[in-house]
Design a binder for this molecule. Structure first.
Ligand SMILES: [Fe+2]
Ligand SMILES: [Fe+2]
Length: 136
């Protein structure tokens, strides 16, 4: 499981890029701990972090899009809300004492890959659109 930051995730908005990079710092720490066989201890911590991070990051992006009257704000809001639902479901799995190894695979597939896809597609399109607007 490799999910290191790579510059293809840079979108050209300093604040959003910095927020995305901070998230990947946490993913990298999680990955290292998994390799050292400490995945279980950090899993809960990672879920807590993602829960708080996503709430703040999505609010920031949504306010930014509203401010620029971005037409695809509803699509972003929907994806953000679906992601928050997934995080809540994972919390339930965690508190139900689900198999930790299974849970870390789910975290990887559902949360980390989701972020990579979301940044490369919807966030990328959004930043491009707003940058183009500002240069007109
Ligand atoms: Fe984002
Ligand atoms: Fe987003």
């Amino acid at each position: 499981m490799a999910f290191n930051w790579d510059d293809s995730l840079l979108l050209g908005n300093a604040e959003i890029d910095e927020q995305h990079r901070q998230l990947f710092d946490h993913f990298e720490k999680f990955s290292l701990s998994c390799q050292e066989g400490q995945g279980e201890e950090v899993l809960k911590e990672l879920l807590m972090y993602i829960d708080e991070y996503s709430s703040q990051h999505f609010s920031y992006e949504e306010a930014f899009m509203a401010q620029h009257e971005y037409p695809k704000l509803p699509e972003q809001q929907l994806q953000h809300a679906q992601f928050r639902d997934t995080v809540n479901k994972l919390w339930e799995m965690e508190t139900d004492n689900a198999d930790e190894h299974q849970l870390s695979l789910v975290v990887y597939r559902k949360l980390i890959l989701w972020f990579i896809q979301h940044i490369k597609n919807l966030d990328h399109e959004m930043v491009n659109h707003i940058l183009a607007q500002q240069h007109n």
